[in-house]
Design a binder for this molecule. Structure first.
Ligand code: IPM
Ligand code: MN
Length: 355
């Protein structure tokens, strides 16, 4: 009997469905070779459904999704829906309710890709950001007083719990050990100003470090890290940080690896169900044109398979993507690839089958 993985697929909005279709094409090619099956169940969560029903996530969704081996997400965001509703009501709700407390975002420059930083090549840009994914400024703590008056007060609090910080830091040490590249873990914080939150992070970071004598603990302030990403990205191996800083630095990370067209990540609950996504968004202006770059979604599928234990297949997807970037793509940008969305998917699937 071959193994079957039950995957919940949320194609979502904009170009989400197009890129997800290519990811599934590639997954099918790799699974056929490796002898496992993926059983897909589609969910229509997203902007269209919200506009029709007024509902972001139905009440039953979370319990239903917990039954799957993993989730595969396209994009959430619709031009006719006020910003914040779908992001908070769907994406953040899924991350929080499924306790996907890690946001894992590899930053890797693939061959053949134009890096916006002069003199940097694939050997210089290959690190992973472990972003805390359920706390910090994203927790939604705070409130407003005297709204709309000259005395208005707006408070947005960063929540950092010992448990939340420690489990994230532990995950990062474990990940760094398993990755076994430079065996260096950098805490990205702001200990010189955020003296409550990052005191907790820093103490926890160095306490847990004692359990990992093979890993070199390292520290950088978040403002400085944005400078180093541009100047010396080769310094980094694994970076661990809070939710807001992680959000910001991974957009910069995506740019130095060639853009949103290639950046993928996983929202991970190591004890539960995890969700994998391209981090680029719904790109409504390219919807339905067969122009969007599906590589980020394809890479997300690869990360998902690795997470499920199909490490060889995950690696093969990455290798196949590298062949496409090295030999076929004119650019990573939508409409400028020199190939259509479906052609890029076909090529990756072909290379996967040949590997
Ligand atoms: C991301 C996105 C989300 C975030 C938004 C859409 C809520 O920017 O996945 O990085 O801020 O986490
Ligand atoms: Mn972001």
């Amino acid at each position: 009997m071959s193994k079957t993985y039950n995957i919940a697929v949320i194609p979502g909005d904009g170009t989400g469905p197009e890129v997800v279709a290519e990811g599934i094409k590639v997954m099918n090619a790799v699974s056929e070779k490796a002898g496992f099956k993926v059983d897909l169940t589609y969910f229509d969560f997203g902007g269209e459904r919200y506009l029709k029903t007024g509902e972001t996530l139905p009440e039953s969704a979370i319990e239903e999704l917990k039954q799957f081996d993993a989730m595969y997400l396209g994009a959430i965001g619709h031009p006719d829906v006020k910003p914040g509703i779908l992001e908070k009501g769907i994406l953040l709700e899924l991350r929080f309710k499924l306790d996907q407390y890690i946001n894992l975002r590899p930053v890797k420059l693939f061959p053949g890709i134009d890096c916006p930083i002069k003199d940097k090549a694939p050997e210089h840009i290959d690190f992973v950001v472990v972003r805390e994914n359920t706390e910090g400024l994203y927790a939604g703590a705070g409130g407003v007083l005297k709204k709309g008056t000259p005395d208005e007060v707006a408070i947005q609090e960063s929540i950092n719990t010992r448990k939340g910080v420690e489990r994230c830091i532990r995950y990062a040490y474990e990940y760094c050990k398993k990755r076994n590249k430079d065996n260096k873990l950098t805490l990205c914080g702001k200990t010189n100003v955020l003296t409550f939150a990052f005191d907790l992070w820093e103490r926890t970071f160095y306490e847990v470090a004692k359990e990992y004598p093979g890993i070199k603990p390292d520290y950088a302030h978040v403002d400085a890290i944005t400078m180093w990403f541009v100047k010396n990205p080769e310094w980094f191996d694994v970076i661990v940080t809070d939710n807001m800083f992680g959000d910001i630095i991974t957009d910069l990370g995506a740019m130095i690896q060639g853009g949103m067209g290639i950046a993928a990540g996983g929202n991970i609950n190591p004890e539960g169900v995890s969700m994998f996504e391209p981090i680029g968004g719904s790109a409504p202006k390219y919807k339905g044109q067969n122009k969007i770059n599906p590589l980020a979604a394809i890479c997300a599928a690869g990360i998902m398979l690795e997470h499920l234990g199909e490490e060889k297949s995950g690696k093969e997807i990455e290798e196949a993507v590298m062949k496409v970037t090295a030999n076929h793509l004119k650019s990573l940008a939508a409409g400028k690839m020199g190939l259509s969305t479906t052609e890029v998917g076909d090529l990756v699937a072909k290379y996967v089958s040949e590997l």
